[in-house]
Design a binder for this molecule. Sequence first.
Ligand code: GTP
Ligand code: MG
Length: 191
Amino acid sequence: MAFLGSAASPEQFPTGGLPEVAFLGRSNVGKSSLLNALVGVKNLARVSAQPGRTRLVNFFRVGSDLVLADLPGYGYAKVPESMRRGWEKLVTSYLDRRGALALCVFLVDARHPPTEGDETLRAYLDHQALPYVLAATKVDKLGRGAVSQCREGLARGLGRKATSVVPVSSVTRTGIDELWRTIRAAAAPGR
Ligand code: GTP
Ligand code: MG
């Protein structure tokens, strides 16, 4: 596992060409925590106590054959408009032209209905025909009934074009193995 670097603009994206999986979702939804849970390293991707902290695209290499990209979150109200547009530009410049992109992991908070930003991202991914798995985060905060209700609701709604909907928790590690299998399948050589 290695930190490959942070990028503030497309020229700084790494060029190794390894299959890549991008983590996308609103600010504070748990992207960095999920990344840390997946690779089993604490604080590799910095977890923010305050939302809106990941302002760059951070790249991590896993083993010799996979790169994970932690993208900046959207929807944090307390940022100036100019900064919000800068983040949007960075995310779309990544999604539009990242040839190595094998899969997006689109995170939504299992406890709340999808936000306007979530709908915008979904429309964008669908429009670009980018494959994505929907990860419903923080399910340790929900009972089992609520988790399956959430999964079904997302499979019919926001995630109807997703390859799958996976309830996850970075605290209890629920869904981590299932998500790994999905990632490995998407990033397998020859795909
Ligand atoms: P930005 O980088 O700001 O976009 O946020 P992020 O999406 O990377 O979220 P981050 O991983 O920093 O987590 C935000 C907050 O949610 C932190 O306080 C985490 O401890 C908490 N959190 C993340 N994942 C989980 C989870 O699975 N369960 C619970 N209970 N809390 C979580
Ligand atoms: Mg983060």
